[in-house]
Design a protein around this ligand. Sequence first.
Ligand code: ACO
Length: 322
Amino acid sequence: MTYARIAGIGSFLPEKVVSNKDLEKIMETSDEWIRERTGIKRRHIAGEGETTGSMGLEAAKRAMDMAGVSADDIDLIILGTATPDKVFPSTACIIQRRLGAKGGPAFDVHAACSGFLYGLDLANRYVQTGGAQKALVIGSETLSRITNWEDRGTAVLFGDGAGAVVLEACDEPGIMATHIHANGEYEELLHVKQGVSIGYDITRKGEAFIEMNGNAVFKRAVATFDSIARETIADLDGHIDDIDWFVPHQANMRIIKAAAKKIGLPMERVIATVDEHANTSGASIPLALDQAVRDGRIKRGDTLLMAAFGAGFTWGSAMLKF
Ligand code: ACO
């Protein structure tokens, strides 16, 4: 039996940091409100010339460095993003070119905040069935470019960044279980109204940005972690103590705490970076994972649970031995 394991991980954050205090200067909000409702203190925002592709590329290079692999070794690239550089080619192809990796498939998956876990699920299946030996799975987002900076209800929540892992084939897990799901019924609760095919109407510019019913999204996110908890507990035959670290999508601190409680894990075993990164959608899990690996909390052999929920709605989880 062939499994996939994480051989390396990397991340990238833009240099520009915008604190809650900075936001106080451009909209009617307060550091206290943002911290209390979301746990967010600051976020990184892409500078001129920084894109989903450029950040994803840097994260990928760092993951490849850790794994000790070169571009020639990479035979699959999957990028989870809702903010691609161009309509086409895919940003995964743009990254492939800049890496100098040729020939293997490269494509984007669009599952909003669940994009990285969708990518991990797919790459895991490729590796398990012999379709790839060394795969890059990347989550990268420039949400600042679809943020309405005049809407305090959403602008305070998001940030930019990228994270990546190299998956490689091996004889032992590795990835033990993945689950991905979607329910398109709630499209309007979290969406960007305008788009390539629907069209852009510059007289209604606000519709080209993220729109969200925050209260409803909050409730759905928390309820969905119930089903993620049930799937996880079934995978573990009820042995929730086998999980060393929970690495959730970093939406906001209240959702993270509610999710940890549903799954039955204390906050001491939860990796939370939402205070420093805000919500970076598909990039948030690999960003949080990279931070915890590099600061020494997550060690080789630890069992990790990752879980995400996002627009679609989409959601998913992955359990693995690091
Ligand atoms: N600063 C100050 N006041 C604000 C701000 C702000 N940035 N934003 C909204 N308010 C005001 C509202 O106008 C409202 O004022 P009113 O009572 O005078 O009408 C008041 O604060 C309360 O607003 P609510 O929307 O009810 O606040 P709530 O407690 O629900 O918090 C929040 C809002 C933080 C968005 C919450 O609903 C939430 O976390 N939702 C989840 C959304 C999320 O994380 N989405 C990310 C994408 S999906 C994902 O990644 C899972």
